[in-house]
Design a protein around this ligand. Structure first.
Ligand code: HEC
Ligand code: HEC
Ligand code: HEC
Length: 134
């Protein structure tokens, strides 16, 4: 094998290695821990006890089911009885319940959903809070 062929092969190998590792460079910033949902909203700050509808671990795993239950009781059974969290009354509602406290939808719901690649279709109909930050 002549030397200049060797040079070409090495050159080719460098290009090849560069190309197959591109996906790693693009993912470098993403391969981090899941986002930590921000709880820093005016309504949550004002709560005497920083509680959700259920304990945090249950909320993480079951919040979709709670929303389903709320919708069923409101829409099907016309049960709009308020729920009490930390001594305050809240409405069984997406916009006027969850998002009253979690008014930072983009930093809270959306961040987590984007990371987990879920895209709830609720916002086709339900309003989202006005937010300045993106
Ligand atoms: C096709 C339009 C539409 C979509 C999509 C939709 N909803 Fe609704 N939703 C409604 C309507 C209309 C009501 C009745 C509002 C009322 O009576 O107060 C409602 C009521 C609710 C309620 C109880 C009251 C309230 O104001 O929040 C909850 C909770 C709810 N929906 C959750 C959800 C969730 C969670 C999703 C996504 C998984 C979703 N909805 C998707 C139209 C929709
Ligand atoms: C009274 C205000 C309030 C309401 C209403 C509320 N939350 Fe929360 N939520 C909180 C607080 C405070 C925490 C943090 C709880 C903790 O640290 O134990 C939390 C935690 C959570 C978490 C877990 C976040 C994490 O760190 O992993 C999820 C998910 C969540 N809420 C979703 C919802 C959904 C969905 C609704 C409506 C069904 C809702 N919340 C209604 C105040 C509220
Ligand atoms: C800690 C991360 C996290 C936070 C914060 C969070 N979600 Fe979720 N959410 C998820 C995951 C993960 C799923 C998918 C679960 C599954 O498919 O079993 C999901 C699913 C859902 C679904 C069902 C969507 C579907 O297509 O099945 C709804 C509705 C929903 N979330 C609403 C909310 C709302 C409203 C908030 C903010 C108040 C919120 N979530 C905050 C992680 C989160």
């Amino acid at each position: 094998m002549k030397l200049y062929d060797g040079g070409k092969i090495i050159f080719g190998l460098i290009i090849f290695l560069g190309l197959i590792t591109i996906p790693f460079y693009f993912n470098a910033g993403k391969a981090v821990a899941p986002p930590k949902p921000k709880l820093d909203t005016p309504v949550i700050q004002a709560l005497a006890v920083k509680e959700c509808v259920k304990p945090k671990e249950i909320m993480r795993a079951e919040h979709m089911r709670i929303l389903d239950d709320w919708r069923n009781s409101v829409v099907r059974e016309d049960d709009r009885q308020k729920i009490v969290i930390g001594g305050k009354e809240f409405t069984k509602s997406l916009q006027n319940g969850c998002l009253k406290c979690h008014s930072n939808k983009k930093d809270f719901c959306d961040k987590c959903h984007t990371y987990m690649a879920v895209n709830p279709y609720c916002w086709d109909c339900h309003f989202t809070p006005k937010e300045n930050k993106s």
